[in-house]
Design a protein around this ligand. Structure first.
Ligand SMILES: C[S@@+](CC[C@H](N)C(=O)[O-])C[C@H]1O[C@@H](n2cnc3c(N)ncnc32)[C@H](O)[C@@H]1O
Length: 342
């Protein structure tokens, strides 16, 4: 049995969790904690949306401690702390908060908790460092344009992979600064990217290749392409149908002075790229690809994009779904809505 704390975007994290095929999933009333009987355990650490996760300790605690003799034990509640001291004569332990993650603990110690009669061991923590490196250390980036957060990209990839299970190739047709490509490469997928302009792509590609995070030997290519037109470099795909993970601009920034008419105009621009692009993707590959992407969602304005996407997607034979929950940073007036076509 396992339990886990979901990230801030609970619906998104829950959807992503399907990637590890959880069995008998239950959610706490406040929805932040999930409990499940079984899962593909080795894939849990590939998830972006779990903050921390635990597994029940099946063996007697004395055996558990005997096997982990040299490690310091961290416990989340005082009662357990007292009983460890008394019953198991354990000296090397400290108390820690349930929601707390500390780099030092992550690297060296074992963290335990007691809930009801069971003892649980922490199995893993979110890989925040990877997201920070990609978001803040790549040389070509511009926050103004609404850069795709690496953690969100990673969540979208896993959502896509939970539908398109045997997939090994990921394609981002709005590549820009490589966010999707870097995550795909880090997790051992082949990747192809394209964009109208390769300004940031040309800067960031060598940086990634030279970083310690790159996975050598995996395909990592990019080309110039207008997403609304047939793919010129289709030979690069070698007749494979990729999983498509992407986003368009979030830009322009919505200000207090932005009028509803201007917001409509922005949505027309997005629509003029997205609708022809969806049509292209429907027939570009041997099969219909699974596509997971975000669209801008203008808070406090009328949103016209989603239903136009539904219409086009269904016309060309995709099954449409979207998540209710918006992905949004504090203060932002434009959120992202996750769309899934399959
Ligand atoms: C917001 S960026 C994508 C962000 C990217 N996921 C990232 O985090 O780096 C949108 C990209 O779409 C590209 N773009 C705009 N219109 C396009 C079109 N018709 N065909 C291909 N790319 C286009 C822009 O050049 C820009 O690089």
């Amino acid at each position: 049995m396992y339990f886990a704390i979901l990230g801030k975007n609970k619906e998104l994290s829950l959807k992503e969790l399907e990637y590890v095929s959880p069995v008998n999933l239950h959610q706490s009333p406040n929805q932040q904690i999930v409990l499940f009987d079984d899962a593909e355990e080795e894939k849990l650490s590939d998830l972006a949306g779990l903050v921390k996760w635990w597994k029940v300790i099946e063996e007697p605690l004395s055996d558990f401690f005997a096997n982990n003799e040299k490690k310091m034990i961290w416990v989340a509640d005082k009662q357990l702390w007292i009983s460890l001291k008394k019953e198991h004569k354990l000296k090397r332990f400290k108390q820690v908060d349930l929601f707390h993650t500390d780099i030092e603990i992550k690297k060296k110690w074992i963290e335990l908790i007691k809930i009801w009669k069971s003892r649980w061991e922490v199995l893993g923590y979110q890989n925040i460092k990877l997201y920070e490196v990609i978001d803040f250390e790549k040389p070509g980036r511009s926050m103004q344009m609404g850069m795709m957060p690496a953690k969100l990209t990673h969540t979208l990839i896993n959502i896509g992979l939970s539908i398109d299970k045997e997939q090994t190739l990921i394609y981002d047709p709005f590549l820009w600064s490589w966010t999707t490509g870097f995550i795909a490469n880090y997790f051992w997928y082949d990747f192809l990217g394209s964009d109208l302009k390769l300004t940031f792509a040309n800067k960031n590609h060598p940086w990634w290749i030279g970083s310690k995070y790159a996975t050598p030997g995996k395909e990592l290519k990019f080309f110039i392409q207008d997403a609304t037109k047939p793919i010129q470099e289709i030979a690069l795909f070698e007749e494979r149908t990729p999983l498509i993970i992407t986003e368009w601009w979030l830009w322009p920034i919505i200000k207090a002075s932005t009028t509803p008419e201007q917001v409509k105009e922005y949505q027309r621009w997005v629509r003029n790229v997205y609708l022809p692009w969806i049509e292209q993707m429907a027939s570009a590959f041997p099969k219909k690809p699974v596509m997971v992407f975000t669209i801008p969602w203008y808070l406090w304005y009328e949103n016209l994009l989603e239903h136009q996407i539904i219409e086009t997607a269904e016309k060309v034979g995709f099954k449409f779904s979207s998540l209710q929950e918006m992905y949004k940073r504090d203060q932002h007036k434009v959120a992202r809505k996750v769309i899934i076509l399959q």
